[in-house]
Design a protein around this ligand. Structure first.
Ligand SMILES: [Zn+2]
Ligand SMILES: [Zn+2]
Length: 604
């Protein structure tokens, strides 16, 4: 028996307790002597974490295991594996117990608990790290209320009776100051992760009636706080069970009746399943933004109603029929507010006045004026870009590879630009239904000059100018470089004007009022660049530009054919966030008007 084994093995520490490892093996089976009861709280906490995850069998196994430890005199302790065999559940549960015990012995209680805690939904972990909340609070929230995100916590508070002093009351009091610890995910990455799941759910056997990303992803925020998919299905619990059963245990952070948190490509995704009659309120609630929903809630209260994530309740607490978002807004005396405009600023007042802008849509876009190919740092040949552009229904595209001094992996020398012209001439014959403009994305050099001489620029159909290289210059000098390019008669578009990189580099701090003024005077378009790394101008700057009378252009700045459509969608989404209408956008105009726009500046 283990207790008789003469130990020559090292001690290990769990918390403040030292344990003797007296045997080991291929499966890391070990025997330990209990020096005190520090192990028991650790096992209890691991059991609570399993319960929070919604893993009832692991929680029960840990509970039974802990009880067995209490019952057995230390002198007669068997091995963990032998103990685990006494736990309920199948081999999987026992293997998991051995895994946890090994982790406790090898890494200590604090580390093991921190690791398991890290698998829980990130917002629950944020709550745990804030003062006043413990594991049992988390367990109640996750298991009793299926509440695992800040949006759920806000939903609980909306349903709580005024002055609630229990857990919900504490949560409501803490909510305004709770800080999210999770990192925000760039829009492009979040959309790719959501697409992966969306595609998996398209199987008709999954019985879903609607599947919609919500939150900041749906609102086209440049970075996404939580990737959440809302699914309408007649049997939410069963659907979530089917989905999570197909995933590895390690990839499920929580599994409740209406909500599951899963890991997809390393990113946390919240799946919400609701019955169809709750879809309208759920879409409004989980799309946010939080300030927008708070304002709607105040409006509902002023009408004797209560807005919750599942229903709009009348004064008697009876749900109003709201299976669509439009029905929710209508019940609140409002027209539907486009999700991109739900910033929580003045959109509700404007909606009330009938003063919401008529937003541009993807179908208004006639062409894409900023594409890269293998001639510079694009991944695909021009022909492949054209095939996708044709499939997207475009009337025209501009091929705009990088100029000779750009820092791109490949660039266009003047000689290569001429050869590219020949290739495009050949492609025009093969794509008679698509007008191909030969352009270039020309660097604005540190001395303010353009990277191609004027005779070269004159031979292009369209010229885009970009300030990629800050060259250590201050805002005044950078503004002057831009102004020089805007005033150049051959420059038609200024691309990604602040040159920010989302999440990595701040945009230039320029004198934008002067840039807008010059752009209006010279008929130069400023770009909303849909590449997820740029999304530049952002919505705030684009709103200012359009208010100043600037013509904007929405481009994909695409380097890979298969992202052409998606990046245009991001650009349009950013423009919609800015309240941009079709008339302000250059590439909603047919080709003859586009050519006239270019010619007018050249002929000034
Ligand atoms: Zn660029
Ligand atoms: Zn570009």
């Amino acid at each position: 028996m283990p207790q008789d084994h003469e130990c020559a093995c090292p001690n290990v520490t769990i918390g403040s307790t030292s344990w003797s490892v007296v045997s080991g093996g291929r499966h890391a089976i070990f025997w330990i002597r209990r020096k005190d009861s520090a192990l028991l709280p650790a096992l209890r906490q691991l059991g609570l974490i399993a319960a929070i995850r919604g893993d009832a069998s692991e929680a029960a196994a840990l509970d039974a295991f802990t009880s067995r430890l209490l019952d057995i005199p230390p002198a007669r302790w068997p091995s963990f594996r032998e103990l685990a065999a006494l736990a309920p559940g199948g081999d999987q549960a026992r293997d998991r117990l051995v895994e946890l015990c090994n982790a406790l012995a090898e890494h200590g209680a604090d580390h093991t608990i921190a690791t398991e805690l890290g698998r829980l939904p990130a917002d629950l972990v944020s709550l745990f790290r804030s003062p006043g909340f413990d594991f049992s609070d988390l367990q109640r929230l996750a298991c009793d209320f299926d509440a695992t995100t800040f949006a759920d916590f806000a939903g609980l508070c909306a349903s709580a009776p005024p002055g609630a002093v229990d857990l919900t009351g504490r949560l409501c009091a803490a909510l305004p100051t709770l800080r999210r610890h999770r990192r925000r995910v760039p829009l492009g990455r979040a959309a790719a992760v959501a697409d992966t799941l969306h595609a998996a759910f398209e199987d008709p056997t999954t019985h879903i009636l609607a599947c919609q990303p919500v939150g900041s992803l749906r609102r086209y925020d440049a970075t996404v706080g939580d990737i959440t998919l809302l699914v309408a299905t007649p049997a939410p619990d069963r659907w979530l069970g089917r989905v999570t059963d197909q995933l590895a245990t390690a990839d499920v952070g929580h599994r409740g009746k209406r909500t599951a948190t899963v890991l997809v490509q390393g990113e946390e995704v919240t799946l919400r399943a609701v019955p169809p009659e709750e879809l309208g309120c759920a879409l409004v609630w989980y799309t946010g933004s939080r300030p927008h929903v708070q304002q709607l809630s105040v409006r509902a209260r002023s009408r004797g109603l209560r807005l919750t994530p599942s229903a709009l309740l009348d004064p008697g607490g009876h749900p109003q029929p709201c299976s669509t978002e439009a029905a929710v807004y209508e019940a609140l005396g409002l027209p539907s507010i486009p999700h991109e405009l739900r910033h929580g600023t003045d959109e509700i007042t404007r909606a009330e006045r009938g003063d919401l802008p008529s937003l541009i849509t993807r179908s208004h876009i006639c062409g894409d004026l900023h594409l890269h190919s293998l001639w510079s740092d694009g991944r695909d040949p021009i022909e492949r870009m054209l095939r996708v552009a044709r499939r997207l229904g475009y009337e025209y595209v501009a091929i705009t590879d990088h100029s000779q001094s750009a820092a791109a992996s490949r660039v266009l020398t003047i000689d290569r630009l001429e050869r590219q012209r020949d290739e495009i001439a050949g492609l025009r014959e093969r794509f008679p239904d698509l007008s191909i403009l030969h352009g270039a994305e020309v660097d604005i050099l540190p001395n303010g000059r353009l990277d191609f001489p004027d005779p070269v620029l004159e031979r292009l159909d369209i010229v885009l100018a970009s300030l990629h290289d800050e060259a250590g210059q201050d805002a005044q000098r950078l503004t002057a470089r831009y102004l020089g390019a805007i005033r150049h008669p051959l420059v038609n578009i200024i691309t990604h004007p602040t040159n920010r990189l989302v999440g990595r580099r701040q945009g230039y701090d320029l004198d934008f009022d002067r840039l807008f003024d010059a752009a209006v005077q010279t008929r130069t378009a400023l770009e909303i660049d849909g590449a997820p790394g740029h999304l530049d101008m952002d919505d705030a700057l684009a709103r200012r530009a359009v208010a100043a009378g600037v013509t904007v252009v929405i481009n994909s700045d695409c380097h890979m054919a298969d992202r052409l459509g998606r990046q245009m969608e991001f650009g349009v989404g950013t423009a919609r966030r800015a309240g941009v209408s079709r008339t302000a956008v250059l590439n909603t105009r047919p080709l003859n008007e586009l050519r006239a726009f270019i010619a007018r500046k050249r002929n000034r």
